[in-house]
Write a protein that binds this ligand. Structure first.
Ligand code: CA
Length: 708
């Protein structure tokens, strides 16, 4: 019997035995992979998928090649696991010695046999219960993943807890609240492990979450090791360190009163070669710099890559991709490590690659943060290029919407969002899910002098791509293969719509990617030729992984479209495919060669028909006010224009909106808080009335279901 087989049996058997599912006599602990820094730094470790980007370098590249350009045509479904309680599935599973671990909605965590899909244990952190009916309003049910380190599975919950579980049983070992629960923050990101520490950030720039920060905790105990702030506090209170003092010089006005933002919700890479943790930081809060830092300034450390000493959390260097950001241009996208010779005959340099929202692809020296090259991967109208002498963008005239509205590419969804790119060291190419979409920025009607939170939409009217005076056909996307050495496109596959999932690349010369229309496809990594595809019956937002058990290579992914691009702006995009709330059952699907299990019945496409009762005529003025209420409160889950597309119920078809008394109970009193519908006690009767008129108007405007 091969060693792998023994390892698998031993591991699975131990887990099952402790979980009480069966008793087992096999117990060979010595065969287990110790998941520590050495294992996470080893790209040759082929069978497992140990970390978010597989190994520390975040390549999302696997050396496995059983599934390759010649054999991929024989790929079929090996097993599926239905996930009826889940909704938004965006996570990267991990595989350790034949056990697959993943987080679903609200960080519900499961361990399954990677060969069969059989459930070993399940842990529900009950995030909504912990969040309570008020904080629930800052919640999303997305979790991008989990960490595994020395026998512990570590998850982060949307309500801000970091929880260590026994990998064998799913039993909690410790739990730590990582931020003040009174703050409107949330965690959707994966914890990052290195040097016996686990690092986690949070999101909330859009909800007025205050100063962004990252915190490292000891893996063994859950106790805090260090914290680094992305935005400096009130100078009168003194600074935490010299980096904060330096950053404060780049802010103006009284930014600390609204906090500044910079929340770090994704994009953490441990760099073992320089023993540093690289942090990709978020956008400003509020978006509009005029409201946030009225005298201008770069506003460090917003939209930057910050390198911190991994042991102490002390600042080492930073590179800011968007000085004085004012377009929601997060730099929280993934940070990929490589050794590249950038010029003929030159020695290889230790670089990082980064494609943030702003549309440029950066190659940066990891030693000191020096910019080595940067070129646009997408249409860009906010800047005309990067000045290589200063490393700063050359901004286009009028791009800060100083005097009039400005149609800006990329949109606030970015040319590249959190959907991870992969990097194949054999082809030398990065595979990027790219978005071409503009936003129309306009603050001419905004009272910037009296800017107030939490009415976020008042700082700027940022109409994202799908309505307003932006052409309906403005948005496209693609799978882009980018050559980072020559900073140019190798190939590109055009795709409809946007918000397609992150990529996986392999030594079989393949690139795998899922799309919002339910297509899961494999392409030739060398030329983009589509070699295989399957329809999985629902939109895909999660990136695939690959691993091997008993000599068989598997490809696995979560199916269940989600994330904020889906909820906030993409409702009408998703609705056209028939993705509707409660209509499709989410799945974990796993494929292998020569398998041909039938695809699970996930539910048919469902097209929502808006309710338009006779006798209700929306008042234009009320509807206009209601739109502001909607954008400040409802849009995060129910999507733009009240066309849901399935992330949350479609309000145009909601009976609740026909009955003001019922509407008040649900929205103001929070009677459905247990289902994930937050309480909005701040909304007055007038607000609710206006909201009703807005939703009824949307229902009338869109009452015809799509014809396709
Ligand atoms: Ca943002």
């Amino acid at each position: 019997m091969p060693i792998n087989r023994l390892k698998h049996i031993a591991k699975a058997a131990m887990a099952l035995a402790v979980a009480g599912a069966i008793s087992a006599s096999l117990n060979d602990a010595s065969a287990e992979t110790i998941v520590d820094d050495a294992a996470l730094a080893d790209p040759k470790q082929a069978d497992n998928w140990l970390g978010y980007g597989r190994t520390f370098n975040q390549h999302r590249f696997s050396p496995l090649d059983q599934i390759n350009v010649d054999s991929v045509g024989k790929l079929g479904l090996a097993w599926s696991l239905p996930l009826p309680r889940d909704r938004s599935l965006v996570g990267t599973p991990l595989v350790v010695d034949g056990i697959l671990y993943f987080t679903g909605s609200f960080s519900r965590t499961r361990a399954v046999e990677a060969k069969t899909g059989k459930l070993i244990w399940e842990y529900d952190p009950e995030a909504m219960k912990h969040a309570g009916p008020d904080r629930a309003r800052t919640m999303w049910d997305s979790s991008r993943g989990l960490a595994y380190y020395k026998g512990k599975v570590i998850i982060a919950t949307v309500d801000g807890r970091l929880i260590a579980l026994d990998a064998k049983t799913g039993t909690p070992i410790w739990s730590t609240q990582t931020f003040d629960p009174k703050l409107p923050l949330h965690i959707t990101g994966h914890p990052t492990v290195f040097r016996d520490l686990v690092l986690v950030g949070n999101g909330g720039s859009e909800q007025g979450g205050g100063r962004g920060f990252v915190t490292a905790f000891h893996v063994e105990t859950g106790e805090q090791a260090w914290r680094f702030y992305i935005v400096p506090g009130n100078p009168a209170d003194g600074f935490e360190d010299e980096a904060q003092e330096m950053a404060a010089k780049t802010w103006t006005g009284e930014w600390w009163k609204i906090g500044g933002g910079g929340q770090t919700w994704n994009g953490f890479t441990y760099d073992p070669e320089y023993d540093q943790i690289l942090i990709g930081t978020g956008n400003g809060s509020p978006w509009n710099r005029k409201a946030r830092s009225p005298g201008g300034g770069d506003n460090l450390f917003l939209c930057s890559i910050v390198a911190l000493d991994a042991t102490t959390g002390k600042y080492k260097w930073h590179y800011q991709t968007v000085p004085g950001e004012t377009w929601d241009y997060n730099s929280t996208m993934d940070i990929v490590l490589a050794d590249l010779a950038l010029k003929e005959g030159e020695d290889k340099r230790k670089v990082l690659m980064h494609a943030p929202k702003n549309g440029f692809f950066y190659v940066i020296d990891r030693k000191d943060g020096k910019l080595l090259s940067a070129e646009p991967i997408a249409k860009i109208t906010w800047a005309t290029g990067i000045d290589m002498k200063t490393g700063r963008p050359i901004e286009a005239k009028g791009a800060r919407y100083e005097t009039e509205p400005f149609l800006i590419y990329p949109s606030a969804f970015g040319a590249h969002s959190w959907h991870a790119m992969s990097y194949n060291p054999n082809t030398g190419l990065a595979y990027i899910p790219k978005i071409e979409l503009p936003s129309n920025w306009d603050d001419t009607a905004v009272n910037l002098k009296d800017w107030k939170k939490p009415y976020y939409d008042l700082d700027v009217a940022a109409d994202i791509g799908l309505g307003g005076d932006i052409p309906k056909d403005a948005g496209t996307s693609s799978l882009l293969a980018w050559d980072p050495v020559n900073q140019k496109k190798a190939w590109e596959v055009q795709q409809p719509n946007f918000w397609h999932a992150g990529t996986l690349t392999t030594a079989g010369n393949l690139v795998f990617q899922g799309m919002v229309d339910g297509t899961f496809a494999a392409y030739d990594a060398r030329d983009g030729n589509k070699l295989w595809s399957i329809n999985v019956g629902h939109g895909i937002s999660a990136p695939p992984i690959t691993y091997s058990v008993d000599g068989t290579q598997y490809v696995s992914l979560l199916v269940g479209a989600g994330g904020v691009g889906y909820s906030i702006g993409g409702g009408s995009v998703m609705a056209q495919y028939g993705w509707a709330y409660g209509a499709q059952v989410r799945q974990l699907l796993t494929f292998a060669l020569d398998e041909s299990k039938p695809m699970p019945d996930v539910g048919k496409p469902a097209f929502v028909e808006a309710l338009t009762p006779a006798g209700f005529t929306p008042d234009e003025k009320l509807a206009d006010r209601g739109q502001h209420v909607y954008k400040a409160s409802c849009v995060w889950c129910h999507s733009a224009g009240a066309v849901s597309g399935g992330y949350a119920p479609d309000l145009r078809a909601s009976e609740t909106f026909l009955d003001m008394e019922q509407l008040k109970k649900v929205v103001h009193d929070g009677t459905l808080a247990g289902n994930g519908m937050p309480r909005f006690e701040n909304l007055s009767d007038e607000d609710l009335n206006a909201l009703q008129h807005y939703v009824r108007k949307q229902a009338l405007d869109t009452k015809q279901p799509p014809s396709n």
